[in-house]
Ligand binder design. Structure first.
Ligand SMILES: C[S@@+](CC[C@H](N)C(=O)[O-])C[C@H]1O[C@@H](n2cnc3c(N)ncnc32)[C@H](O)[C@@H]1O
Length: 247
């Protein structure tokens, strides 16, 4: 998520460790406690920094428009918003493009709030209350799986396994987008407050590659205040494409 760095330029943020030796189950419990107590609005979803909303949405919509223009994303039936929270990304980024958007989040109360926040059921599909560490997306369903500010909540191993299951969830020519804060200097930093890791981009790409994904397009988010980690948008596709007549 969007944390402030100490220097404003690099990744030595206060209160973080280079890695965690903590038991993953305890980390997931910590995350659930943290997110179930956060404010159920845009500010809560943005880690208290409301000023990020406009540039974040603009950056994501521009990124999706490039994916559309370059025929990377070609079908606009079903999308999945991972770590959807109250549905901020669903409402402002995915619904304008996709016929139906499904949401998945660990915290039931946040998904419950999404009905009011989004303001319509039209275009909303299923809402799954589950941690991504165990969630299995429905098979061959999604033209786009969007994973924003939640990949850092999973251990390296669970993120790789989740991406493997996401591949199974892709429709033919489907795409996965990871939008995430990244550290620099090659270090992964653990944030104890919400049980979350900030990884270097190279590690995110390595874990994606381990899952069977290849990089298609990436860009850096612009327009954020100085002093935050860089945020990258990364479009990935399976190395072995999902075929039309696979089943
Ligand atoms: C920083 S917020 C981002 C919300 C949304 N992606 C956005 O950008 O507005 C992180 C979200 O991830 C959810 N989350 C945290 N750990 C999770 C996990 N293991 N599985 C699924 N969701 C999780 C939280 O409940 C919260 O809604």
């Amino acid at each position: 998520m969007r944390r402030r760095t100490e220097s404003g330029e690099c990744c030595e943020a206060p209160g973080v460790m280079e890695s965690s030796t903590t038991n993953p189950h305890k980390v997931y419990e910590k995350a659930e406690t943290f997110w179930s107590r956060c404010s159920q609005d845009e500010v809560g979803m943005l880690g208290g920094t409301a000023v990020l909303q406009v540039p974040d949405v603009t950056g994501s919509v521009n990124f999706l428009n490039v994916l559309k223009r370059d025929k990377i994303v070609t079908n606009f039936e079903n999308a999945l918003d991972c770590g959807a929270g109250i549905g901020r990304v669903t409402k402002h980024v995915l619904m304008p493009f996709f016929k139906t958007v499904d949401l998945v989040d660990l915290v039931e109360e946040l998904l419950a709030t999404s009905a009011e926040y989004i303001g319509t059921d039209d275009g909303i599909g299923e809402k799954f209350v589950e941690g991504l560490q165990t969630f299995e997306p429905p098979k061959r369903k999604y033209d786009l799986i969007w994973i924003q500010w939640v990949s850092g909540q999973l251990t390296d191993q669970d993120l790789t396994s989740y991406l493997e299951r996401c591949i199974e969830g892709l429709a033919p020519n489907g795409t996965i987008v990871i939008k995430e804060s990244v550290s620099c200097g090659g270090k992964t930093l653990y944030h104890d407050t919400d049980g979350c890791w900030t990884r270097p981009e190279s590690l995110i790409l390595k874990l994606a590659e381990n899952a069977g994904l290849k990089l298609i397009h990436k860009t850096v988010q612009t327009g954020f205040p100085k002093g935050l980690y860089a945020v990258k948008m990364i479009a990935l596709k399976p190395v072995h494409p999902v075929e039309e007549d696979d089943d």
